[in-house]
Design a binder for this molecule. Structure first.
Ligand code: NAG
Length: 351
């Protein structure tokens, strides 16, 4: 490899200066090799699957040319990319012995540090919000390399609308509605995956990127037309304040216990809330029922109250008089809360 001379350090931003060796900043010439960078950053596992509450390691390995002088001031920086790549959120920075984690990542992230060339990040106690793309960046003097790792969460996507009825949520209401169901607004990738697994839903809902879409596997007249190909139908970006739709929520594993309360009689909504409390639990949320159904195979043919005032039941083994054609969470609507016609599903968190 023939070193070529590159003249002058021209456009260093102020932000770059603090990471550079002062000797380099003062010099006017630097050497780079003709055959490309002398530092590479590699994500051997560009996509990892984890679950809420679990731990994960985002792999990132540094490959450094022997010709580079050892550098104690090598900086490792992890950021999270937003869906549109326009913004990066700080996660973790390490330089020398200095280490810093940011925001919701504080206390939950550290370097794996199996060797000096290991920039992998260990993340513990994963939350739904941790889902997304992370960038590992290594800055070594004037050399700089990056790799991106996608953290995918095992979970379930479900369409949601509140007691108010269909098409009542602006984007911010939608975020609240999902949170209230122990979930977050689903990403396009999550909805797309759900569509590939067979999801078919003819009402448009918000996604986390501010678009409104819906998944169709069986094309039909009211849902974009009979003679169309199956797919995720896209209304595009909508006004987050003024436009109103349903929402697609995403949730992942929980640590507690979801169950149908064995009770001698049917209950009104208020009685249902109290019955769970008396059992040392809470009335369950919609997201918890979907999680139990999808990830734990929970199956129960009894319609029961949930916290939002809806009545549903989870069927994972389709059978006669109980969701005969498909495994699904059946929805009986938002009945009058005074009706004493249903049971109740409870959720008991750990501790
Ligand atoms: C995650 O890591 C923490 C800290 O290292 C540990 O205490 C915990 O048991 C781990 N959790 C799981 C689910 O492996």
């Amino acid at each position: 490899m023939i070193p070529v001379l590159i003249c002058a350090l021209v456009s260093l931003s102020v932000a770059d200066l603090d990471v550079l060796d002062p000797e380099l900043v003062n010099s006017r010439t630097i050497y780079v090799t003709e055959n490309g960078p002398r530092l590479a950053v590699v994500a051997e596992q560009p996509k990892v699957l984890a679950r809420r509450g679990g731990n994960v390691t985002l792999q990132c390995r540094i490959q450094r040319d022997q010709s580079l002088a050892p550098n104690r001031k090598m900086r490792i920086k992890w950021t999270k990319l937003t869906f549109d790549y326009l913004k990066e959120v700080d996660v973790f920075v390490a330089m020398d012995y200095h280490k810093r984690s940011y925001g919701s990542f504080h206390g939950r992230v550290h370097l794996q540090g199996s060797s000096a060339m290991d920039a992998s990040l260990v993340m513990t106690d994963l939350t739904l919000e941790d889902y997304g793309k992370y960038k590992c960046e290594v800055i070594d003097g004037l050399e700089d390399g990056t790799a991106v790792v996608t953290l995918d969460l095992e979970g379930v996507v479900f369409p949601y609308f509140p007691r108010l009825g269909r098409y009542n949520l602006n984007f911010y209401d939608a975020e609240r509605a999902c949170r209230d169901q122990d979930a977050i607004v689903a990403s396009f990738e999550q909805l797309y995956e759900a569509w590939r697994e067979g999801m078919d839903w003819c009402n448009a809902g918000w996604l986390s990127d501010g678009t409104v879409q819906y998944p169709i596997n069986t094309p039909r007249e009211p849902c974009g037309g009979r003679n169309t190909v199956p797919g995720v139908r896209n209304y595009g970006l909508r006004d987050k304040d003024k436009n109103h739709y349903d929402v697609f929520c995403f949730t992942s594993n929980f640590k507690g216990r979801f169950y149908y309360l064995i009770h001698p009689s049917k209950l009104t909504y208020d009685e249902a809330v109290r019955a769970c409390q008396k059992d040392g639990a809470q009335i369950a949320k919609v997201g918890q029922m979907f999680t139990a159904w999808k990830l734990l195979g929970y199956d129960r043919c009894d319609p029961g109250w949930l916290a939002d005032g809806s009545v549903r039941y989870p069927v994972s083994r389709p059978r006669r008089r109980c969701s005969p054609t498909e495994a699904a969470v059946r929805f009986s609507g938002f009945p009058d809360k005074k009706h004493r016609l249903y049971g109740v599903y409870c959720y008991k968190g750990q501790n």
